[in-house]
Ligand binder design. Structure first.
Ligand SMILES: [Cu+2]
Length: 149
């Protein structure tokens, strides 16, 4: 008998860039593990780059596939970008909220553009499952620092 009933699920639907993303806001969910060889990484920009806004982000993935948010398929997930947000400030045991600091690419995108103010910014990729929930252990890129002119 499950203790989480459907009536307790609060679902928020957001439309971003033409894609509908659903976030299941559930008190506790079981994180699953990703295949050992899974790697997520920046194709661009690279650590130390000086760029102009909007910044084109290209995201690489090895060892798993990409599926849109809400679509449950084995060994898939979608990209998330932490902008000036340390990983240790992210609650990995719940669905990742949507904010300027936590961007979702829930349509299954592998690239996108973000607007950033001039200055120094940190970026880190976090690959999560169809529920916007981290794998265990989390699948993350190196954190990079870029300068926006
Ligand atoms: Cu997501």
């Amino acid at each position: 008998m499950t203790t989480v009933s459907f009536t307790r699920l609060a679902t928020v639907a957001l439309v971003t860039g033409g894609f509908t993303l659903a976030v299941g806001n559930v008190a506790s969910m079981e994180r699953v593990s990703a295949p050992d060889e899974t790697k997520v990484y920046f194709i661009s920009p690279q650590d130390g780059d000086t760029v102009e806004s909007p910044v084109r982000i290209q995201m690489g993935l090895r060892g798993m596939g990409i599926a849109p948010a809400g679509v449950e398929a084995d060994n898939t997930g979608h990209h998330h970008l932490l902008v000036n947000k340390p990983l240790d400030e992210v609650d990995l045991d719940t669905s990742l909220p949507f904010s300027d600091h936590k961007r979702h690419f829930g349509g299954g995108q592998t690239e996108g553009e973000i607007e950033l103010e001039p200055g120094t910014h940190t970026l880190q990729l976090l690959f999560m499952d169809y529920r916007h929930l981290s794998f265990d252990p989390p699948v993350t890129s190196d954190k990079i620092t870029i300068t926006v002119e």
